[in-house]
Design a protein around this ligand. Structure first.
Ligand code: GDP
Ligand code: MG
Length: 370
């Protein structure tokens, strides 16, 4: 059952709170502005004030956000989305940097600066790969808890001079729970005390059997420092990607996931969105979690303005009315009214949930005292 505070109800009707409190009183309901009234009472009051009632429900939201299955003939190949995971200091950031810089055209001395928490590279074989930076971790975890998926392949980075550590095990569990295939990158192989064999045998204890041990998990010896094995790693990813046969429909309203979001002093709320299906275009109206917006501008991973972004493409999106959270799902809708309504509905649901949790805590506290 939905509920609304008296103040919020007054706000939505653009009526004075005092008048609403009075109207409630006349109907035998005593409530102050911060108190919650049920949907039926709210409806009664709305009608009394001569407004029409439009109740948004989960069903309405689902209807607006069309979840139609794509026709198989509309599906096109898309780039795999790769998340790098592993224990702290095992070289996740270094490896991502090394891959990016190795693939940057000559002449850009010192490599390129990273603009957003994701980037795309092309392998020698011509496959495009989308990498999520380590902050992608947060999105990965929060999306998984909501049943969504932002990753196709996990690169498990294990330092050859340190072997399997607690966060390595965590990453393995994540990948297994999400049923995402893993590729093991045995890093720091340039080091004199590197022991790749220990990494492989350690992994056995966690039911990760790499190819070198006659298993089916690809493993590649790399060094983010010297660049050794990077091409092999990219080829391993391309191979894994081929097996997965990843496809999406570029010709539909976009759906994506927020990788990271922040409130920028100059530009307002900014979100890095990974498009998962459809094509996101400048001018598109969307809802994203409890926020909504209209795409004012988009920048790609190189910091260049783009007018559209298709499946597996990460873009920075401007034009949001609020700051969403990592892991929030973005859906393009037809009208601003729909977008606003869905966002407000979700905000209300979230608020009610918090209020209910708060009430439960208070009740618990009272019971304990008694
Ligand atoms: P992260 O915490 O997993 O992101 O690890 P970083 O990329 O920040 O690397 C941690 C440290 O290991 C840094 O001092 C890196 O310079 C170093 N490092 C990373 N990769 C290599 C490598 O392949 N060889 C060597 N010798 N050092 C590395
Ligand atoms: Mg790092």
């Amino acid at each position: 059952p939905e509920a609304i505070t008296v103040a919020e109800l007054a706000n939505r009707m653009t009526e004075r709170v005092g008048d609403v409190v009075k109207a409630l009183m006349q109907n035998g309901v005593m409530a102050t502005q911060n108190q919650t009234i049920d949907a039926d009472t709210a409806e009664l009051i709305i009608e009394e004030f001569g407004h029409t009632v439009t109740r948004v429900s989960d069903a309405d939201v689902e209807q607006v956000i069309e979840q139609v299955e794509d026709n198989p003939e509309d599906l096109k190949d898309r780039a795999p989305i790769i998340t790098v995971m592993g224990h702290v200091d095992h070289g996740k950031t270094s490896l991502l940097d090394a891959i990016r810089n190795a693939k940057v055209t000559q002449g850009e001395a010192g490599g390129i600066t990273q603009h957003i928490g994701a980037y795309q590279v092309q392998t020698e074989g011509g496959t495009t790969l989308t990498f999520l930076d380590t902050p992608g971790h947060a999105a990965f975890t929060s999306m998984r808890s909501r049943g969504a998926q932002v990753t196709d392949i996990v690169i498990l980075v294990v330092a050859a001079d340190d072997a399997v550590m607690p966060q390595t095990i965590e990453a393995i569990n994540h990948a297994k729970a999400a049923e995402v295939p893993m590729i093991v990158a045995i890093n720091k192989c340039d080091k004199p005390d590197a022991n790749p064999t220990k990494v492989r045998t350690d992994l056995l204890q966690h039911e990760v059997v790499v190819e070198e041990m006659s298993g089916d998990v690809q493993d590649v010896e790399v060094s983010a420092k010297s660049g050794k094995g990077l091409d092999e790693l990219l080829e391993a990813i391309a191979l894994q990607s081929e097996i997965l046969e990843l496809k999406a429909n570029p010709d539909r309203a976009a759906q994506g996931a927020v990788i990271e979001a922040k409130l920028d002093v100059g530009r307002g709320p900014v979100a890095t969105v990974l498009v998962q299906n459809g094509t996101l275009r400048q001018g598109d109206i969307f809802v994203v979690g409890e926020q909504w917006g209209k795409v004012r501008a988009m920048e790609n991973d190189q910091g260049a303005r783009v007018k559209e972004a298709g499946p597996s493409v990460p873009v920075e999106v401007l034009g949001l009315n609020g700051t969403p959270e990592a892991g929030d799902v973005l859906n393009v809708v037809s009208t601003e009214a729909q977008a606003r309504e869905i966002a407000e509905y979700r905000q209300q649901v979230a608020k009610d949930k918090r209020a209910a949790a708060g009430a439960a805590t208070t009740l618990e506290a009272l019971m304990q005292k008694a």
